[in-house]
Design a protein around this ligand. Structure first.
Ligand code: NIG
Ligand code: FE
Length: 422
């Protein structure tokens, strides 16, 4: 197979795999495994005509594979790793909610604002009113910001329609975007994000509607279903009904679980065999242990706890005591995490979740790929996989994380194609 290009002069490469594993890259659970980053110094990566990795290893061995046609890309001695996977975003929405921050700083809580018809319900109004093209252009600009942080796969949820037409519009916008820019999108149906304000709709009516819409949203491209299980939003029992129906339709399951109150969302995720449970600020020890034993990925959202000014999730307990596979995500959305900056999310994982640099990168690559069931395609650099790569103007990963708040990305490659240069 011809060598189409070589990313050369990588000072330090973290592959997130070891060679013996071949292509099976399941999530890594617990402290020891989450720190096994597959480090190679003075490395290079050869990419074939189909955009797949032919070889990743010590540069002396890799550069020998070149022929006259090979294109060279110079990483200038910087650090490189797999393209990042952001496994929890609310990418597609209308309007913006900057007016809520002064309310929160004056003492109103996130849930107070939602109860009063603001918050998610405000964005629902704006998203219903927005045209397909407005939503598309707005989200496309967000994806460009994510790409500049090295993100090559993004999960995107519906949840700002709370009626079929708009939920479907959100999924269709995200689906169209996956054809229109280089980042891969994974789509999630979240009609159970809040209760709509319309007169005369009972809770039961709305839960039944969510279940009725699931086949349509699946047809539109959603592969995951999610529910915001929270005090004052959806109960455990309502979450169980919707997610059980989703599972029967072949959806992968996700949950917004135990963000503000310990309701048993983590336990529900374990019971249903969810792919991930996300937020988890208030999750019980028992719930976290059950998740680990069922192989549910714990997705921590450190930008959200930061922006809501809450104590971060207990990532140290999750990793050290519960032996969980922890992933991180931006939770990009207009209310609780209005930032596409995945570099900041990663630094906040270091600073507020108290994860080591190895754990942060594992949580942003291999484990986050598994949080969207893409462990076979993304998050790891190994022979035969799509060449989703990011390299930095930085000598090492600790530098990337500690020089916080900005992206240090020098270049990004998606499926073997250079798609971004700083
Ligand atoms: O993950 N917690 C619920 N949903 C989002 C916030 C959505 C919004 O505020 O618009 C979250 O934080
Ligand atoms: Fe969310």
């Amino acid at each position: 197979m011809a060598v189409k290009s070589i990313l050369d002069h990588i000072g330090l490469l973290w592959t997130m795999a070891d060679e013996a594993e071949g292509n099976s890259a399941s999530a890594r659970q617990g402290r020891e495994a989450m720190r096994e980053v597959g480090a190679i110094e003075n490395a290079a990566i050869a990419i074939d005509d189909e955009g797949r990795i032919l070889a990743a290893g010590p540069r002396k061995q890799v550069v020998e594979m070149a022929d006259e046609q090979t294109k060279w890309i110079d990483a200038e001695g910087g650090f490189a790793c797999p393209g990042f996977v952001d496994p929890h975003t609310h990418l597609v929405y209308g309007g913006s909610r900057e007016h809520e921050l002064p309310m929160r700083l004056a003492g109103a809580s996130y849930l107070d604002i939602l109860q009063a018809g603001g918050g998610i319900l405000r964005t629902v109004k704006d998203t219903r009113e927005a045209s397909f093209d407005e939503l598309f252009q707005h989200a496309k600009a967000s994806l460009a910001r994510m790409l500049a942080c090295g993100v090559t796969t993004v999960e995107a949820k519906s949840g700002y329609g709370l009626e079929l037409a708009t939920e479907k519009k959100q999924i269709e916008v995200a689906s169209a975007l996956s054809q229109a820019q280089p980042i891969d999108l994974v789509l999630t149906a979240l009609p159970a994000h809040a209760f709509p304000k319309e007169e005369g709709i009972t809770r039961d009516d709305y839960v039944n509607s969510c279940i009725e819409w699931l086949p349509v949203l699946k047809e539109a491209g959603a592969g995951f279903a999610d529910v915001f299980v929270e005090k004052g939003v959806f109960t455990i029992e309502e979450g169980r009904r919707i997610l059980t129906a989703a599972k029967a339709l072949g959806y992968g399951l996700k949950l917004h679980a135990d963000e503000m109150e310990s309701l048993g969302g983590a336990e529900l995720a374990a019971e249903l065999g969810a792919v991930s449970a996300d937020h988890l600020l208030a999750a019980s020890d028992e719930g976290l242990l059950q998740m680990a034993s069922r192989g549910v990925v714990a997705v921590c959202l450190p930008a959200t706890s930061f922006y809501l000014q809450k104590p971060a999730a207990r990532a140290r307990f999750m990793i050290d005591e519960a032996n969980l596979a922890v992933a991180i995500a931006s939770d990009y959305n207009p209310g609780s995490a209005p930032s596409e900056n995945f570099a900041l999310t990663m630094s906040l994982a270091l600073l507020t979740l108290k994860m080591s640099p190895e754990e942060v990168f594992m949580a942003a690559t291999r484990n986050s790929a598994n949080a969207v069931s893409r462990g076979d395609l993304a998050g790891v650099i190994a022979k035969g996989r799509p060449a989703d790569l990011v390299w930095f103007h930085a000598p090492n990963p600790a530098y990337v994380l500690t020089r916080f708040g900005v992206s240090h990305v020098a270049g990004v490659m998606k499926a073997g194609v250079p798609v971004y240069r700083a």
